[in-house]
Design a protein around this ligand. Structure first.
Ligand code: CP3
Length: 375
């Protein structure tokens, strides 16, 4: 972290603790709560714009590839010590303002017995795609005891991370439904939309069960100490606004409502959701994630008052020469100033071919540039 940013961060901490060392008292306002990331989510003033990267852990890091050597994705996701190590890896390289739990959106599905796997270079695949009421009857709710490795990993991560917040996450109902119905990754999610239009009873039954599973998965993470959550409804952007309102939003709303009492910021993100941004917020999110297709200034106009924004540098820009990256990062920061709160991020996940040194440079640039002109 640049010196200026560190000084500003410490100034915030000392002020809020009244200058008393946190070790010696029971913290009424623990430093994590005053981190720039959580402050920005709550739309409070920040000394600099916080930044983290979706998919910051993973294939762009050589140490990730080494640690994963020979281990399947789902076995990595069910071993607490591996989850902990992979979550921490990016933080050893970049002074990002939040960690995101290393897991996958299909982990809770597998935990309730769905026959789903993650194929290298492909993504989640299931041998028996979801088709009928009988398939729905087999899909049971998630019990915290199904995912002890998540509780253990979050507990140890919160200890290791100190003042840095840990973001928990789950897959959104449309995106989870798509993997079950298509049987694997899909470009247009045609079978999913066909079921949504053609059999509303089965559709709502499925989405409501997936919403319960996602809510339970998030509650496990929050109970163990995650200080924010993100719902990745990555592929919901293929649904038009009217259908989204009736077929998807009620289920996402139930997930956010299930967490309303926990006081952790709730982030809602999907790719290609420019036409849905207002609804992503209205579903109950505190922070709306924006991909790169809509500028943050325009996005701010599309969400209700009282929402922070997260985003939105095109991940492909990180493959361009540095002067292009620098100019685009600054542009995102300028547009983000229109929002009530801004968490810098990419518009989708880090591409595997991204140079990790570029992520480090972008992190520093965001901190330095925004600290010069605090919001
Ligand atoms: O952000 C982070 O660093 C946390 C890690 C994370 C993973 N999956 C690890 C992972 C997160 C947040 C996810 C969520 C996820 N998984 C989403 C929503 C986020 C998004 O990108 O839209 C989706 C749609 C999935 C489903 C999924 N799992 C896909 C599309 C893939 C990639 C397939 C491929 O190989 O190209 C996966 C596998 C996966 N999940 C990997 C990682 C690091 C790669 C597998 C590997 O390294 O072997």
């Amino acid at each position: 972290m640049p010196l200026l940013a560190r000084v500003a961060r410490d100034a915030v901490r000392v002020r809020d603790l009244g200058g008393v060392s946190c070790e010696r008292i029971t913290c009424v306002t623990p430093p994590t709560q005053e981190s720039p990331f959580l402050r920005a989510c709550r739309r409070e003033p920040v000394p600099y714009t916080p930044v983290w990267f979706m998919r910051q852990a993973g294939r762009s890091l050589p140490e990730y590839r080494a640690a994963r050597n020979g281990m399947t994705m789902l076995s990595a996701c069910t071993r607490a010590e591996v989850i902990t190590e992979l979550t921490l890896q990016p933080l050893r390289r970049f002074p990002v303002d939040a960690a995101i739990l290393f897991s996958d959106i299909v982990v809770p599905l597998r935990a309730v017995g769905v026959d789903i796997d993650i194929k290298p270079g492909v993504g989640p695949v299931t041998a028996q795609p979801f088709r009928s009421e009988a398939d729905l009857a087999r899909l049971r709710d998630l019990d915290p005891g199904d995912v002890p490795y998540i509780t253990d990993a979050v507990t140890s991560l919160v200890r290791e991370l100190g003042a840095t917040p840990l973001i928990g996450f789950a897959g959104g109902p449309f995106t989870l439904a798509s993997y079950l119905i298509e049987g694997g990754p899909s470009k247009n999610h045609d079978l999913t939309r066909a079921l949504m239009y053609g059999d509303p009873g089965l559709w709502h039954g499925l989405l409501s069960r997936l919403a319960d599973i996602a809510a339970a998965f998030l509650r496990v993470q929050v109970s163990a100490g995650a200080s924010a959550v993100q719902l990745f409804d990555s592929w919901a952007g293929v649904v038009g606004p009217d259908d989204y309102r009736t077929a998807v939003l009620p289920h996402s709303r139930r997930i956010f409502e299930a967490l309303a009492g926990s006081a952790v910021p709730r982030i809602h993100f999907g790719v290609g959701t420019g036409e849905l941004l207002g609804q992503l917020g209205a579903a109950g999110a505190d922070v709306v994630g924006v991909d790169w297709r809509v500028g943050l200034d325009e996005a701010a106009a599309r969400v209700d008052a009282g929402k922070a924004l997260q985003g939105n540098l095109d991940p492909a820009i990180l493959l361009a020469p540095w002067p292009v990256i620098e100019q685009r990062v600054k542009q995102v920061l300028v547009q983000g100033r229109v929002a009530e709160g801004h968490v810098f991020n990419l518009g989708h996940g880090v591409l595997p071919q991204t140079d990790p040194d570029v992520l480090a440079r972008v992190t520093d640039l965001v901190h330095q540039e925004s600290a010069r002109r605090p919001v």
